[in-house]
Write a protein that binds this ligand. Sequence first.
Ligand code: ADP
Ligand code: MG
Length: 355
Amino acid sequence: MEKGSKLATTYLDLIFHHISDLIFFIKVVDVHHYEIEAVNEAYLANYGTSKESISGRRIEDFLGVDQGMQAIRRFQEVIIRKETIHFEEGYTFPKQGYRVFEITLVPMIEGSSVSRLIGAARDITEKRINEEHMIHSEKLSVVGQLAAGIAHELRNPLTSLKGFLKLIHVKNTDQDIERYIQVMDSEFHRIEQIIDEFLILAKPQKTNFSSHGIDHILDEVIELLNGQANMKSIVLKKDYPATLPNVYCESNQIKQVFINLIKNAMEAITEDGEITVIAEEVEDMLRIKIKDNGIGIPHEELNKLGSPFYTTKESGTGLGLSICKQIIDRHQGEFCIKSKEGEGTEVTITLPKAV
Ligand code: ADP
Ligand code: MG
């Protein structure tokens, strides 16, 4: 009997320490005071800490005030409800950064109150990313198909409307009507822009790939946008060598990517700001960064970027980043956005060098 139970304890111990979920025991001192009693190896590994430096510590002392309070709110929920709860929540780790967990908290009831909590947390970050990726690419392909059809259908009537507007403009002498014509013209221009964006999103148009110096492309884009930047007192800085290797690309599309990104950066800057275009060779790739010191993007919004129609701007289309991603994908490149709210945003693009 004794031997059997010892064996069982050994097994339990093995399971406890070898399971990949993070398991933790929390001692409830009172409703505001929680101490870590024991954790398994996976938990220690995640936090890069040791059993000695964790056991007996208050939860907010270990997790930090913000994440500690986040955890305590959940603990209080279990204590009040006196039943197991399941939820998803994100925590930031020293090494791995932000991870999303599926967490179960179980109350251990002694007498009439909860004396301990057992928690199990499973990292579901990759699962979430994959799911979002799938939803995202599905959305993109639906938008692509829709876009192709609608954009072509809209082009013809728009051309004739613009033609007639020009005629009215030529024949008109009335000042008031002239103002309306100006408004109509700029609205037509906007419709045209949206249609153009749709057409880029739609499946491959006739593309013309050839070898281009990325330095030329960047120079041209900066030249094009310098005026607009000056008007907003934004400094548009170049930080790349005079000659950079070529990229095998559709140059107009790659230009479009940089235009979209620099425009976004300009729109994110509320006061005097700075945008830096950095480019460098990294092995057989070229890495280009567009860095701004604008308003940045809140952490929880980051994963929505690049979903068609996601915009925070009153007159935004929410198509700019989708287009960038699509174009970079077609060039076998990579696209990555880093941002901190209140500090700025950095978009990194890597493209293969032309061979
Ligand atoms: P749009 O510019 O029409 O809104 P985009 O696809 O270009 O569409 O961008 C989507 C959203 O991403 C923007 O509305 C903005 O909230 C955010 N965003 C993109 N780039 C930046 C940036 N450099 N700084 C801050 N926010 C950005
Ligand atoms: Mg944009």
